[in-house]
Design a protein around this ligand. Sequence first.
Ligand code: PMP
Length: 429
Amino acid sequence: MTDRALLDRARRVLPGGVNSPVRAFLSVGGEPPFVARGAGCRIWDSEGREYLDFVGSWGPLILGHAHPEVLEAVTRTARDGLTFGATCALEVELAEAVLARFPFAEKLRFTSSGTEAVMSAVRLARGATGRPRIVKFDGCYHGHADGLLVKAGSGLATFGTPSSAGVPAAVAALTDVLPLDDEAAARALFERCGREIACVIIEPLPANAGLLVQRLEFLRTLRALCSQHGALLLFDEVISGFRVAPGGMTQLTCIAPDLVTVGKIVGGGMPVGACLGPATLMDQLAPLGPVYQAGTLSGNPVAMAAGLATLRVLERPGTYERLEALGVRLGDGWRTALRRAGAKGDVARVGSILWACLQDGPPSRTWGCIRPDGAQAYATFHRECLRRGVWLAPSYYEVAFVGTAHDEAAIDRALAVFSEALAAAAAPA
Ligand code: PMP
């Protein structure tokens, strides 16, 4: 069946033809191909066209598609049953493996998505502090729980929606939104209502509204303010966890948050999230404590096996050095391609996460500094790349990922395509 025919069928039964909004390609235009299969750093659509993939399922696939060791673990585990709703040894093993990488934490709770991990962490923060308010940052995305859909990035950045319909004003009113990169604004808020704040939640490496690399000093100030005012600091490492280092930004910044949420890579391509922290906090969760949290498929054995296999491969010596080298190659080459084409823009990069900020000057650190005309330039660039077999995120505001399945040849091929795409975009229509 052709992609076109599939799209028609999909649109009849799935709102927008998708199960997650950015997949509909609305902000870049064109029709989304249907992905039929993936191997390593490549995917193929239902008509057999091949693409070099720099989305990696939006982050989980740091080892690439269908990694043999992950597949082996998944199929071996699946043969013994898909789910039991009772605790299995793999949950304990993956919990130990995650906690070994985040030594500030002693216990964790698995969920089936990043959204649920964050929802659980926020409820835990409120339950533990007895306070109602939460603080988030403009442009940071933490999944689609009601109280966090306020000035969020990701799909909402794509659609320019400040928040979502269906979020009651009373719920949104308990969320304070601060600008990134602004210590004074954070201090002022804490002075005003510090005693009501249960937690400050931040992506320590904001990667859902472009890649807004924060100053270490800013993150340290948040740590200090939270400690001073009895609020919890929650690092949402759903993207950065296991990606920028085994222990994510928590490891790289040497800042100890009170709670961390992870997702994506921890499930190795299967649906997993987790909320982790010190035992005193985590033991406030049911069944030990008063904060309710649960999930029929939480700790699913097949998903645990995929996560464990992924973390084991990642821990091999040289993995993060390799990811860094590949990231440098793509980032430097992309920047050069922009310059040579006379196009506006620079590339922000941390390890294997990259974002081309298509405006003059250095890449921005705040959502407010991103100028919307970059999105138009990106839409054309995206289309030209897709036609030439390079699969980038179908939104200006989403980052690109490289993984261990990419190699120099794949990156150089992508860079050649970037140059052609930029030239095609610059050519008169
Ligand atoms: N937090 C962050 C930082 C994310 O990037 C995402 C998803 N991109 C989420 C939470 C939500 O995760 P999920 O889509 O698995 O619910």
